[in-house]
Write a protein that binds this ligand. Sequence first.
Ligand SMILES: OC[C@H]1O[C@H](O[C@H]2O[C@H](CO)[C@@H](O)[C@H](O)[C@H]2O)[C@H](O)[C@@H](O)[C@@H]1O
Length: 593
Amino acid sequence: MALPIEDYALIGDRHTAALVGRNGSIDWLCLPRFDSPACFAGLLGDDDHGHWQLVPVGEWTSTRRYVDDSTSLETTFTTADGVVTLLDLMPTGDDRADVVRRLTGVEGTVRFRHEWVVRMDYGHIKPWVTRHHPGKGDHAITAVAGPDMLVLRGPRLPTPTDHKHADEFDVAAGDTLTFSTTWVRSSDPIPDKEKMKKRIKATIRDERGWLDQCKLEGLPHRDAVVRSLLTLRLLTHEKTGGIVAAPTTSLPEAFGGSRNWDYRYCWLRDAALTLEALISAGATEEAEKWRTWLLRAAAGDPADLQIMYAVDGARRLPEIELDHLPGYADSRPVRIGNGAVTQRQTDVLGEVMIALSESRDAGVPSDANAWSLQRQLVDALADSWQEPDHGIWEIRGPVQHFTHSRAMVWAAFDRAVRAVEDHGLEGPVDRWRELRDAVHAEVCERGFDTERNTFTQHYDTREVDASLLVLPLIGFLPGDDPRVLGTIAAVEADLMCDGLVLRYRTESGVDGLEGDEHPFLACSFWLVSAYAEAGRPDDARALLDRLVGLCNDVGLLAEEYDVDGDRMAGNFPQAFSHLALVQAAFRLHQHQQ
Ligand SMILES: OC[C@H]1O[C@H](O[C@H]2O[C@H](CO)[C@@H](O)[C@H](O)[C@H]2O)[C@H](O)[C@@H](O)[C@@H]1O
């Protein structure tokens, strides 16, 4: 049975990631890549859909932390008989896909239960499980199904009972027991045993080294920013540079509802915003890598640019419902793939152009191919920007002339102009200036409700939308412009739910979906930034404090927050929430200096 979302923590190797519960159970793991089929899918079903658990027998309590500024997770279990820590991590820096779990006895003697229940293909397939002795003193269990093999190693291995592998043993003070699960192709030989101690140290060292380049002095909520940056890095594929929106699929936006989506892909929007957050912290290496990812993914006719791709840039992400999974808290359907892939979302190029412009400003070396791609994309936009779209929220209702999308069209032309003016790049700057000004005028006329003094969600409605909070953040208007202040007031009046911000009013029916949703954390962080820009630093600070207080015990955030249930909702951890946290902290810091 899955735990509340906030009771999970993330570990990963920058190729894929796992969710570890505070009960020592890995309930979600896709191997070898973020979007591979899960081999532990208990998160979206029950124990029989796959999990790997190390937990004391009987009553226990647990506390958790990440070891220093790393993504190695330490869970401390306390029982009446003693204390044991469990270290969980996925070593990085090599071509192996391992999950390593180390138990260390701290006090007394604690009896532990070990369960290794592998179910390939998202909890669907019971694998063929066998024992091996690959070398002297080396024991392994392999689980094979179709293309995949998992190899379990450890000082003592569980035995089969009823399609599960289970064991019980004592952990005494001073004992160390290290277990590992390794993925290989089922046609490959069993991989060699590794010296895990060395790899654990190297992995922790690598993360600390990466953080050293970040400039975080004086930032509000530094620890929350550090955790967010490390999480964003964990969601960035080491080899390809693709950035996934979250490592999970179908954690529900409303418990028991159908708003369940697969986020294990690279949205240009989410990735571009992630880069902005990383760049503001001084981590520019990822920007260069992602730019090359973009070049590969977008190769071809600029008119065929998609709004999202797979980690390796693949284009087809058909949305499929997995009927065999009951869903998290009975939230059905469980979906893999994402139908939004074929949508028109005009905002995306604006976000991409802003991120690439910030990379340039931050000194990321220029690349002729990257500029040539940007030119082509902006030229294609010049011919198509007036078409209606599905907008930033990927609505599944009829397309509209979304105000945020148009403001982002303005941003795309604006950043193209700046590239020429500030960086001496070549381009038809007069035409881009003309288009930029025309779009600005149109948005201020057709996307603005003069009676209420607010921008509107789209040109044919009087509803507001939290995405409008972004307008001052991209420089569309100054933060203290009366039209921006009016829009903040309208968002406060229409979209606040117990102090947090909803994306839009679902009652309007604009999204074409059944059911409702909870406040969206990224939008709530945007309000922090908008307050800072509007000259309301106290409100910004108070809201940022509140939002950071919603992070779970290890500093992670899902997509939404259920204020009535006081729990997280939606995919977890979500890049959007963490990148917006980082941006809000920097924005507030900037205004406080
Ligand atoms: O609300 C319906 C849509 O929800 C998802 O989109 C959201 O997540 C994306 C990834 O973080 C983000 O880019 C987008 O702005 C969000 O609205 C889902 O992926 C869509 O399929 C769905 O239509």
